[in-house]
Design a protein around this ligand. Structure first.
Ligand code: PLP
Length: 417
């Protein structure tokens, strides 16, 4: 029995899907302790957009450590934080005309969601939040209340309060006027639903099965929020930081959310950091009102600044759009023809292959087959029926093709073709 099975809690999850002991990683490749190499189409669940151990980022981190830079500083002002904030303002916010303030939250994404929901309720003096079917926002109490999947929610039983789920435009609801429905809920004094402080959404539901909201729907939702004095919170934790081909995922719709959560790849090096961006008028937490010990990860600031520089210097967003086209073509020309009941969805470098119309369990078999062929790839969606290619944004095109070919082989294999 390994030490993992002997000592580590049964709650461990991803290691069950990828049963080896990983040792090193570089770019888009892991090496396990036996020297076997695995191509990474999972990307630390979106935390490694710039690849493993990106030398541009890591050199800066190593240099900072060597120079005895502070590693942890609560939320004290430091030179590392100053440099990160300056770069974030100059390279990310200002060019997009965003004047949002930046709040450093506890180290994981779920804490930025907690902060956003707490702040929205404080600002509007209302308890209710609207979230969407298919949403994933994290595992702590408030964020989990806004997360839809039954399996994640069941352990909290009765305590998931004050969130009302609205239909996301997908599946049965794709042909339904979901925005009209929401308007009706807000207008009808017998709807039984209280007006919310905020609507929280992912513009691309990632854990929900890679569901890309239509641009017009996003604009209509923004309008609804304006019409009814409801805050719009975009959770960009998984699909921000360039994943969709823009730095922020909502840019494609030309909307500006009132609040934005960022985490995962914002530090660029897999180091924990999470941010809440808010319009200046919403910056009403009193000092320490949303506090926490680990809001000052200086290594994350150093790497995060370097990541933004790297993105600019390598024109990474243009590369994402180029690679998006490669994946789109592959999905259309190589995956879809394998079986007419398959469907594919995606944008940028987040994609999903849907097995739900055949047998949801096939996605697990396909992921296992990929792993046998040395590709790490996860699943998502209803009944985990979606195989989810999520490579690093920096993946070389040759490796991208290599991974896609392994995916194709696995899909054919599980379909018995
Ligand atoms: N929000 C979204 C959209 C996510 O995809 C995730 C994690 O997958 C979270 C929030 C939670 O982030 P964390 O796991 O860092 O708490």
């Amino acid at each position: 029995m390994s030490i993992f099975e002997e000592l580590e809690s049964e709650v461990r999850s991803y290691c069950r899907s990828f049963p080896t002991v990983f040792d090193k990683a570089e770019g888009s490749w892991y090496t396990d302790r036996d020297g076997v190499r695995y191509l990474d189409f999972f990307d630390g669940a979106g935390a490694l957009n710039y690849g493993h151990n990106n030398p541009y980022l890591m050199d800066k981190v190593v240099e900072y450590i060597r120079e005895k830079g502070i590693t942890h500083a609560l939320d004290l002002s430091t030179t590392a934080k100053e440099a990160f904030l300056t770069t974030f303002r100059d390279e990310i916010l200002a060019p997009r005309g965003l004047d949002h303030k930046v709040m450093f939250c506890g180290s994981t994404g779920t804490n930025a969601v907690e902060a956003a929901l707490k702040l929205a309720r404080k600002v509007k003096g209302r308890d209710t939040i609207f979230a969407f079917s298919g949403a994933f926002h994290g595992m702590s109490l408030g964020a989990l209340a806004a997360t839809s999947d039954r399996a994640s929610r069941q352990s909290l039983r009765g305590s998931l309060n004050n969130v009302v789920f609205m239909p996301y435009p997908y599946g049965f609801n794709e042909s339904f006027d979901t925005i009209g429905y929401m308007r009706n809920v807000l207008e009808d004094d017998h709807s039984g639903v209280a007006k919310p402080a905020a609507v929280i959404l992912e513009t691309v539901q990632a854990e929900g099965g890679v569901i890309v909201a239509p641009e017009q729907w996003l604009r209509d939702l923004r309008q609804l929020c304006d019409d009814y004095d409801i805050l719009m919170i975009v959770d960009d934790i998984q699909v921000g930081c360039g994943r969709t081909g823009n730095f922020f995922s909502f840019e494609r719709a030309g909307i500006v959310p009132d609040m934005i959560t960022l985490s995962k790849s914002i530090s660029g090096a897999g180091l924990p950091m999470s941010l809440l961006l808010m319009r200046p008028a919403l910056d009403v937490f009193t000092p320490g009102e949303h506090n926490g010990t680990f809001r000052g990860n200086q290594l994350a600031f150093v790497a995060g600044k370097a990541a933004i520089e790297f993105m600019k210097e390598t024109d990474l967003l243009a590369a994402v759009r180029r690679k998006e086209q490669i994946v789109r073509d592959f999905m259309t020309n190589e995956i879809l023809p394998l079986d007419e009941r398959l469907s594919v969805r995606g944008i940028g470098l987040i994609w999903g292959i849907e097995f739900g119309a055949i047998d949801p369990a096939l996605s697990k078999k396909a992921s296992q087959r990929c792993f046998e062929n040395k590709l790490v790839i996860e699943r998502a969606g209803r009944q985990d029926s979606v195989l989810k290619p999520l490579p690093a944004l920096t993946i070389p095109e040759e490796d991208l093709m290599k991974g896609l070919e392994i995916v194709k082989e696995a899909v054919s294999f599980v379909l018995g073709k």
